[in-house]
Every structure is written in structure tokens, then in C-alpha cells.
Ligand binder design. Structure first.
Ligand code: ADP
Length: 683
């Protein structure tokens, strides 16, 4: 009987042993570290890769929870997770660092799962360790890089960022010290950008060091734009004479790896140096890290210097705007967003930084210029043309400022319309112009009165003599005829003298008339387009003062006319002034003068000046060209009369027509030169 039950038991034991042997075989054949533990948590067996990784015996590793195979920082968590799994019988996972045979900790993903018998009882726990150190490092590096790039993007201090870069490398690649050295190429000299772990004695000695090949690896890297690896500063022959050698060795540093930090255009901004306490060359991981850091450093340094340049140019611009009393603004038409320069805030006397809207600007525009302001905005919204505008501001203290704005229409990348404008405060210039103008017109008035007075005096003088002769002679003649007997011969003689004096008076009048007729006009070939442009240019400041804009529609290839250039320009100037005068009280429309030239049938050319002024009554039409007809307080009423006679002297014709809209058009037409020959008889 004994044999009866012993036999199956033995077979069962053998089967179990065989299964355990199989199990051991399976565990051993897994190429990753595997531990088998009992349901109570003791280590039962470890496969070969596991023993090799830890470099310890099974016995030593049985006491893992009280020695160092698990990183001390991770141990409490690992124990907690395992205890919980043993209690619940649930598969568990944990990430922890484990100490390799050479003392280096690597990250593992640990997965423990229970092995159960057919009745569901846990026989063993199989624990699989997967090395995830590379992934962990990559993740950490990525997170670090992200943090650093965020620092760059948020525009913090360059120094803080460079310090963070050094620390990032020091934390990631253990046992090294880092420094970032910036180069001022005007020296060229080194300046410590950041070297947070290097002693001050080292940094101070490097500051201001000349960038020359003999200085050390950083200088050589900067000059050759390539990485320089000094494996051992003590023994490498290359560095025996270098300035850096005694300094580094004095601080216990043997290896130095220097990498240039290059800008996008290839210029060297500085160098990144990694120091090691022992002789060493960088591993691939370290090289990747160096490449990553120098790249971020180059972005940060370049950005900082761009920002500095931008700040400086903004400061220059602000200063220039202040000096020239010119402000600038941009106006995004679609959204009505307005960006206002500091100088413009000052000119408009707005609180610095106050939000500017079209409505806010409107509060400063002079009431008389408001209609124009609205028209200008309307036009700018509809068209995309550059515009120029002169207007006045009425300040809170009731003072007036004169402004001159020039705006340019642009489109952004999305095709949206935006105006960029320069606004100049021309008040000072305007006031001095006005003073000058007042002085000038006063002078002109005095000169006119004086010349009229002188003319009258000379006429009186010239005519008076023969007149008094006539009167004397006539009285003598009367006396002689009244005598008894009448002295007829004497009377005839005095009558002759009377006739002589009468002729003298007539001569004086003839001479005066000759003075006023243009017998001696100079005859040249005159291009009326050019003459018109010249008159406009000469009147520029007068027009600006009256806020009159000019437009020209000058015919191409206009044939020249023969005439007196100066006189013809006097006519054009007179028409320009009359037009400008006629618009001086116009505020509800553009004060625009249009100059047009065209070829007329019959080989004549015509010039017309169209204004948008007050116009005239139809009944005045006949009187416009009469001498001394004027409706102006200061007028003389001779401008149009003289112009008319000048044009007639050029065999031309002059007339005025009311416009369809407001204002008048004055025109003259004169014969032109055909094929180089004047088409004018008698000229
Ligand atoms: P003045 O300008 O000294 O008055 P003018 O002979 O040049 O002398 O002009 C005579 C008059 O003709 C003006 O006073 C004015 O009434 C009228 N006149 C001239 N030009 C215009 C114009 N562009 N629009 C309306 N009226 C005008």
C-alpha cells in the first residue's frame, strides 16, 4: 500500500521538479534581468542578466530592501507598491533606479506578476526589469529643453537664461562644470556670460582675456568656429604654453571641451565650455547635450542683442520725433486699431498710454476742420491711396496747433489695409510764416501806395507845367483881345503858345500810355506746363497757409507758345491767387485748385484754373475784367484787367465760367507754335 501512494507522490514531485527546472530555464533564457520572489516577498532566484547587472550574489541581493540595489530616493515607494501587490495579488508596475555593478544608477521599468496554480493560489512572483534609462534621460532632456526655450520665449534676462543652461548640463551630465563666455569682437575679448559653478577666482581671470589662439581651447574654438576638445590640459602638449592651463589646473580641472556658439549668419557670439576634473573626452550623450545647449544659447544671445538694438533704435526714433516735433501712428482700417507714438501723445496733449480711437482724436480737431476730418476718414476707408492733410487742433486751453500729416497706405500679409502716417506740428513755422506774410503784404501795400503816389506826382508835375502855360497863355490872349485896339498879333502868338503847351500835355499822356502798353514784351518759346508748375512751386507756402491743395491735369506734349514768360506767369499767378482767395472761407469741402492745359482746335493752347470757391453773381461776369472792379476789402481790382490785356497782347482770349458745382473756372487760350513757327500774325 505504502508503495501505492508513494509512487504517485514521487512522480508528482518529479513532475514538479521538472516544471521548476523548466521554469528556471525560461527565466534564465530571458535576456533582461528577472527576479523570482516568493508570495511573502523573499527573493528566491535571479537570472543571469540580473546577477550581472547588479554585480552581486543571490545571497547579497536577498537583502535588497536594506542595502543599495534600489536608489534610496525610490526605495520607500518600491516597498510600498510591492507590499500592496503581495497583499492584493495584483500585478504591479513601478519605475525606479537600480545600482549597476559600477555604481551607476539606471532607470528601470519594473513589472511584477503572480504565477498561480490551477486553483488560483499564488506560487511565485515573477519580476521583470526593463532598462528605460535612455528614454528617461531623453524625457528629462526634452523637459529641460522645453523649460529653457520657454525662458527664451518669455524674454527674461539673458544672464539668468545662460545660468540655467549651465545648470541644465551640470545636472544632466554628472560631474562636470560649465561656463558660457561671450565675445566682444571689438577687442576681441572674452566676457563671462555665466559660469555658476566656477569659482570667482577663475571667472575673474577669464574676464577681459584676449581672444587669441594661444589663450586656450575657447579662443581656438572661437577663431576656428569648430569644437576643440582638450582631453588633458596637464599632459596634452598642445596646451603647455596656454594661458588657461595654469588657471584650470590651479582649480583642479583637467579636461576642457569648448564649442563655439554661432549666430544664424555664422558669426561667433561666444563659446560654451565643459570642464571635467579628470582627463576625458565627451560621450555621444554629452555631445548631444552640448549641441542642444549651444543652439539654445545662440538663440538667446542673438535675441538679446536684437532686442538691445531694437530698444536703441526705438530710443533714437523717439528722440528724433521729439526734436523734429513729428509723431507717427498706424491705423488698421478694418479694426480701427490705432497705434500712437509717444511724441504724438505729447503733441495732442493726451495722457501717455491712453487708448486712442478716431473719436478721441476727433475731440482735438478744430471745429472748422471737422467736416474735412470726417471726409478724410471716409475717403481713406474706401480707397487705399496715400494722402496728405493739413488741419488744425484746438487744444483745451483754446490755443491752435497746425498739423501736417502724410499717410501711406500699406497692406499686411493678410491683405488688410493699414495706414502708416507721420504727423508734424508745423505751428511754429506757420506762425513765423504768417508774421512774415503780414510784414510782406504791409510792405507791398506801402510800396503800392508809394508808387501810385509817385506816379500821381509825376503825372501832376508833367501835366501841370503845360496846363499852367495854357492857362497863362489863354488869359494873356484874352487880355490882348480885350485891349483897345485888340492886339491881334500878340493874341495869335499866345494862342500858338497855348497850342504848343496843349501838345506837350498830350505828349505826356501818350508817353504814360506807352509806359502801360507792352510794346517791349520779350518774346520766347514758353512751355505753359512748365510755367504752371513753376508758379505752383513758388506759391507752395502761400497755398499751404491757406490750406489749399493743388491738382494738375497737364496735357502731354503741349506745343509751346511764343510770348513773355514772366508776363504769362503773372497771369497764372493772378488766377492762382484769386482762386485761393475765393476759397478762404470754404470749410465744408476740399480747397482744391485744378490746373489744366489742353490743345484747342485751330492751333491754340488753353490753360484753365478751376477753384471750389464762392463763385460770383452772373451779373458781375461783365465787370470782372474791368479795371478797379473788386469785391475784396484789400483788393485793387487791376489783376484781371492786367491779365486780360497781357493775354490780348499775346493774341489770346480770356474768360470765366461758373462751374457745375461750387466755384469758377478762369481760362485763357493763345496761339501756339506749330512746326517751330509761331502761328500768330504780327508777332
Ligand atoms: P482783386 O483780386 O484785387 O479784387 P482782380 O482783378 O484780380 O482784383 O479780381 C477782380 C474781382 O473779380 C475780385 O474782387 C472778385 O470779386 C472777382 N474774382 C476774381 N477771381 C475770382 C474767383 N476765382 N472766384 C470768384 N470771384 C473772382
Amino acid at each position: 500500500m505504502e508503495g501505492d501512494f508513494r509512487e504517485p507522490l514521487k512522480r508528482a514531485e518529479e513532475a514538479l521538479r521538472a516544471r521548476e527546472f523548466d521554469f528556471q530555464l525560461i527565466v534564465d533564457s530571458i535576456p533582461a534581468p528577472v527576479a523570482v520572489i516568493t508570495p511573502t516577498g523573499e527573493v528566491e532566484t535571479l537570472n543571469q542578466p540580473c546577477l550581472e547587472y547588479f554585480g552581486k550574489t543571490l545571497e547579497e541581493l536577498k537583502g535588497w530592501s536594506s542595502s543599495d540595489p534600489v536608489h534610496p530616493e525610490d526605495l520607500p515607494h518600491v516597498i510600498e507598491v510591492l507590499t500592496h501587490a503581495l497583499e492584493t495579488g495584483q500585478t504591479y508596475e513601478v519605475e525606479s533606479r537600480h545600482r549597476r555593478f559600477d555604481g551607476i544608477y539606471r532607470w528601470f521599468h519594473v513589472r511584477g506578476f503572480p504565477l498561480k496554480d490551477t486553483e488560483g493560489r499564488i506560487l511565485r512572483w515573477c519580476v521583470l526589469l526593463t532598462d528605460i534609462d535612455d528614454r528617461k534621460r531623453a524625457e528629462a532632456q526634452l523637459a529641460g529643453e522645453k523649460r529653457l526655450l520657454e525662458m527664451v520665449a518669455s524674454g527674461g534676462q539673458l544672464r539668468d537664461l545662460l545660468i540655467a543652461l549651465c545648470r541644465f548640463v551640470e545636472d544632466t551630465a554628472a560631474d562636470c562644470k560649465c561656463g558660457i563666455y561671450l565675445i566682444d569682437w571689438s577687442g576681441p575679448t572674452f566676457h563671462t556670460g555665466a559660469a555658476p559653478s566656477m569659482p570667482a577666482t577663475f571667472n575673474d581671470a577669464l574676464d577681459g582675456l584676449t581672444v587669441e589662439a594661444s589663450a586656450g581651447p575657447c579662443a581656438l574654438a572661437a577663431l576656428t568656429r569648430s569644437q576643440v576638445i582638450a582631453e588633458d590640459l596637464e599632459s596634452d602638449l598642445h596646451w603647455q604654453q596656454s594661458l588657461i592651463r595654469p588657471l584650470a589646473l590651479g582649480h583642479g580641472l583637467r579636461a576642457q571641451w569648448s564649442t563655439p556658439i554661432c549666430s544664424r549668419d555664422g558669426s561667433v557670439l561666444g563659446t560654451f565650455a565643459v570642464f571635467q576634473h579628470g582627463p576625458a573626452i565627451p560621450s555621444q550623450i554629452q555631445q548631444d547635450l552640448i549641441a542642444q545647449v549651444t543652439h539654445i544659447a545662440s538663440i538667446a544671445i542673438e535675441r538679446a542683442s536684437n532686442e538691445e538694438a531694437l530698444r536703441r533704435s526705438a530710443a533714437f526714433l523717439a528722440q528724433a520725433q521729439q526734436l523734429s516735433r513729428t509723431g507717427s501712428f498706424s491705423w488698421r482700417v478694418g479694426t480701427d486699431e490705432i497705434t500712437w507714438s509717444a511724441e504724438l501723445y505729447r503733441i495732442y496733449e493726451f495722457e501717455p498710454g491712453a487708448t486712442i480711437t478716431l473719436e478721441v482724436i476727433r475731440t482735438r480737431v478744430h471745429p472748422e476742420d471737422l467736416t474735412l476730418y470726417e471726409m478724410m476718414i471716409e475717403q481713406a476707408r474706401n480707397g487705399a491711396d496715400d494722402f496728405e492733410w493739413q488741419y488744425r487742433l484746438l487744444m483745451p486751453d483754446q490755443s491752435i496747433k497746425y498739423m501736417h500729416a502724410v499717410a501711406q497706405a500699406t497692406r499686411d500679409s493678410g491683405g488688410r489695409l493699414e495706414y502708416i502716417a507721420a504727423v508734424r506740428d508745423v505751428t511754429a513755422r506757420r506762425l513765423s510764416d504768417e508774421a512774415l506774410d503780414r510784414a510782406r503784404s504791409e510792405f507791398a501795400r506801402v510800396a503800392r501806395v508809394m508808387s501810385l503816389g509817385a506816379l500821381t506826382a509825376s503825372i501832376a508835375h508833367e501835366v501841370n507845367q503845360p496846363l499852367s502855360g495854357i492857362i497863362t497863355n489863354a488869359s494873356t490872349c484874352m487880355r490882348m483881345l480885350d485891349a483897345e485896339p485888340p492886339n491881334v498879333d500878340g493874341a495869335r502868338e499866345t494862342a500858338k503858345r497855348t497850342i504848343r503847351d496843349g501838345r506837350r500835355a498830350a505828349d505826356v499822356i501818350t508817353r504814360l500810355r506807352a509806359l502801360f502798353t507792352n510794346k517791349d514784351a520779350a518774346m520766347d518759346l514758353v512751355d505753359l506746363n512748365e510755367a504752371t508748375r513753376e508758379v505752383i512751386a513758388l506759391s507752395r507756402s502761400e497755398l499751404e497757409r491757406n490750406r489749399v491743395t493743388t491738382r494738375t491735369e497737364l496735357a502731354d506734349e503741349l506745343p509751346p507758345v511764343t510770348g513773355d514768360r514772366v508776363q504769362l506767369q503773372q497771369v497764372i499767378l493772378n488766377l492762382l491767387r484769386n482762386g485761393s482767395d475765393a476759397m478762404s472761407h470754404v470749410d465744408d469741402r476740399h480747397r482744391e485748385l485744378l490746373f489744366r492745359t489742353e490743345v484747342e482746335e485751330g492751333d491754340r493752347v488753353r490753360l484753365s484754373v478751376q477753384d471750389a470757391g464762392i463763385g460770383f453773381q452772373p451779373q458781375s461776369l461783365d465787370r470782372l475784367f474791368q479795371t478797379f472792379y473788386t469785391t475784396k476789402e484789400e483788393g485793387m481790382g487791376i489783376g484781371l484787367a492786367v491779365s486780360h490785356s497781357i493775354i490780348e497782347n499775346h493774341s489770346g482770349r480770356m474768360w470765366a465760367t461758373p462751374n457745375d458745382g461750387p466755384g469758377v473756372t478762369f481760362s485763357f487760350s493763345i496761339p501756339c507754335v506749330v512746326d517751330g513757327k509761331p502761328d500768330v500774325e504780327g508777332f
